[in-house]
Design a protein around this ligand. Structure first.
Ligand SMILES: CC(C)(COP(=O)(O)OP(=O)(O)OC[C@H]1O[C@@H](n2cnc3c(N)ncnc32)[C@H](O)[C@@H]1OP(=O)(O)O)[C@@H](O)C(=O)NCCC(=O)NCCS
Length: 206
């Protein structure tokens, strides 16, 4: 019963890239839902709504790629890939945000992997990530994907080399596997009930 419940919930999840202009409100609303601590961690101290609204609008217009995690049609997590031309040393920058309600379920890892695929498709050779030195969660996530973070000026900064094979294909996470298994389970369930209902002549209800 419990597993069926989880399977049904995960089957309502998906990950995809947002279209830049049209889907700006989805990114903005996700960022506005972040609680105070998450906003501090994500924006290095900038926390008010007007800042977030301006930030989301900038992302929609400056070539930033947004990979989003949807649950029941609502964006609950986002990974940002900022083009290299926006940084002084021409390195693409990445950033992550996952709402507290879906954390520690592998969502950040799914987004990270998808973002790397996007970056590689664009031909980027390396990515930079910057986070607060106290941000254990982001440090753990970045380490998992091969970023070597160094502490400087109150922040931890790391680069990820996309050209190394060792790093190129991190193993799928538990959440990836569960997400696929959940979809399969739901499809099998549907097929079972369709067959059963047909046998008893309730075709329309299927
Ligand atoms: C950082 C963040 C994106 C992680 O998202 P998430 O969906 O919880 O990440 P995952 O579930 O994929 O976890 C990734 C790894 O980090 C570890 N981790 C997650 N949260 C952790 C925490 N609070 N402390 C220690 N490790 C943590 C997990 O155990 C996991 O490692 P594992 O796969 O080896 O078990 C999320 O906490 C967040 O949005 N924080 C607020 C915004 C922020 O800090 N952004 C970073 C600025 S760029």
């Amino acid at each position: 019963m419990y597993l069926t419940h989880i399977a049904a919930a995960l089957a309502n999840s998906s990950v995809r890239t947002l279209s830049q202009q049209e889907e700006l409100p989805l990114l903005r609303d996700h960022l506005l839902r972040l609680d105070r601590n998450s906003r501090r961690d994500r924006f290095h101290g900038f926390m008010d709504d007007s800042f977030i609204e301006r930030y989301a609008e900038k992302c929609a217009n400056d070539g930033t790629t947004i990979v989003a995690f949807f649950e029941n049609g609502v964006v609950r997590g986002a990974a940002e890939l900022h083009p290299p031309d926006q940084s002084p040393d021409s390195l693409a920058e990445i950033a992550f945000s996952v709402e507290a309600s879906v954390r520690r379920r592998g969502v950040g890892s799914i987004l990270f992997r998808k973002l790397i695929a996007e970056a590689r498709a664009k031909g980027y050779k390396s990515l930079r990530i910057t986070t607060g030195s106290q941000n254990e969660a982001m440090r753990a996530l970045a380490n998992k994907f091969g970023a070597k973070l160094v502490f400087q000026h109150g922040e931890s900064t790391g680069t990820i080399d996309l050209t190394t094979q060792e790093y190129a294909q991190p193993a799928p996470t538990w959440a990836d596997i569960t997400l696929n298994a959940a979809r399969t389970a739901v499809n099998i369930n549907r097929a079972y009930w369709r067959t059963w209902l047909r046998m008893y002549g309730w075709r329309r209800a299927a």
